[in-house]
Design a binder for this molecule. Structure first.
Ligand code: HMG
Ligand code: MG
Length: 300
């Protein structure tokens, strides 16, 4: 099997994980979660979002959160930004990396960011230009790469077109979001093959939600094509507020367990990671969404 020797994990739990919670998680709890995640060796932790608090109240106070983050060498804290207003907030608190988010589905784009795909790309071009001029790094998401909650099947060429535009704007990495987790391995592989014709595979990340339990299989499929960046969420927290029924990202514990078992380095300590997942699951009074964490905690 042709697999990468090393994988970079992008932990999205504090953003993607918590944005969909019914209760607003206080800033101090979000901070403690991030501290524990940083202690586990994760090098990239998406910490929050500068989006409209009317749309996503759970991400309010992301400026306060960012200012209090434990800044350590070797850890990046990208923040989600939908427009110039979000970029202003990011610049005001010294953010060094932002993530912009477009979609391959028109209906999802309208529901999520209140504009068409074309309008979003036009808006993002200005955001990226300004961010790069200010010395920031920009990551780009494409949502609904394997299915849309409103439109169903999404054409891989539509995904490739949006990914190519974001990459051409200056996004250093394009994260391919299976927002509703409906994809299966061959579809995931075909989608990545289509995107890789227009964006180098080394610049691609897999952001797979695990709604249908397919995420690990899909990850293995795309890793064989050279994808070596995986987005995941501790204890499988989360989902998108504008993708009803979508559950969290693949659990980071599951990803680290799989990589460890295959001898692929990620730099993440599974035991410490499980402690972070246990902390937030306890706070939310929720059964830990990671099967790996449940299995290993039951053998303690
Ligand atoms: P809009 O209503 O069209 O924007 O929303 P607007 O410009 O008309 O502004 C409306 C109000 O929001 C105004 O306030 C603005 O000031 C304020 P008012 O005058 O009514 O008091 N506003 C802001 N406030 C704070 N920060 C901002 C900001 N912008 C405007 N940046 C908008 C358009 C894009 C703002 C809105 O739709 C929005 O915030 N959407 C975010 C939705 C979201 O966060 N979704 C979840 C993340 S995406 C995701 O989870 C998918 C992903 O994980 C990948 C995958 O899984 O596929 C990334
Ligand atoms: Mg997501």
């Amino acid at each position: 099997m042709n697999l990468p020797e090393r994988v970079k994990i992008v932990e999205v739990g504090p953003r993607d994980g918590l944005q969909n919670e019914a209760v607003t998680v206080p800033v101090e709890v979000r901070l403690e979660l991030i501290r524990l995640l940083a202690d586990s060796g994760l090098g990239v932790i998406e910490a929050g979002a500068f989006v409209s608090p009317k749309w996503v109240p759970q991400m309010a106070s992301s400026d306060e959160l960012f200012r209090a983050l434990p800044k350590r060498t070797g850890i990046d804290y990208p923040m989600l930004v939908p427009n110039q207003r979000g970029l202003e907030s990011a610049l005001a608190c010294g953010v060094q990396e932002i993530a912009i988010f477009a979609a391959a589905s028109e209906s999802f784009s309208q529901r999520n960011i209140n504009c068409s795909i074309a309008e979003s790309l036009e808006r993002y071009a200005g955001v990226v230009e300004r961010a790069l001029a200010q010395g920031l790094r920009v990551r780009g998401y494409v949502s609904c790469v394997l299915g849309c909650p409103y439109e169903g099947r999404i054409d891989a060429d539509a995904v490739a077109a949006v990914a190519a535009r974001l990459h051409a704007m200056g996004c250093y990495e394009i994260s391919l979001g299976d927002t509703i987790g409906s994809g299966t391995p061959l579809a995931a592989a075909r989608m990545v093959a289509a995107v890789a014709e227009r964006v180098p595979v080394g610049a691609l990340a897999a952001h797979f939600h695990d709604t249908y339990g397919q995420a690990l299989a899909n990850l293995l499929a795309v890793m064989q094509q050279g994808v070596a960046v995986i987005d995941s969420s501790v204890s499988g927290l989360g989902g998108c507020p504008y993708a009803k029924g979508a559950s969290g990202n693949v659990a980071t514990e599951e990803v680290v367990y799989m990589l460890d078992g295959m001898g692929i380095g990620s730099g993440v300590d599974l035991t410490r990671l499980i402690a972070a997942g246990a902390y937030i699951s306890d706070f939310l009074s929720r059964v830990n969404g990671s099967r790996v964490a449940r299995a290993l905690m039951s053998t303690d």
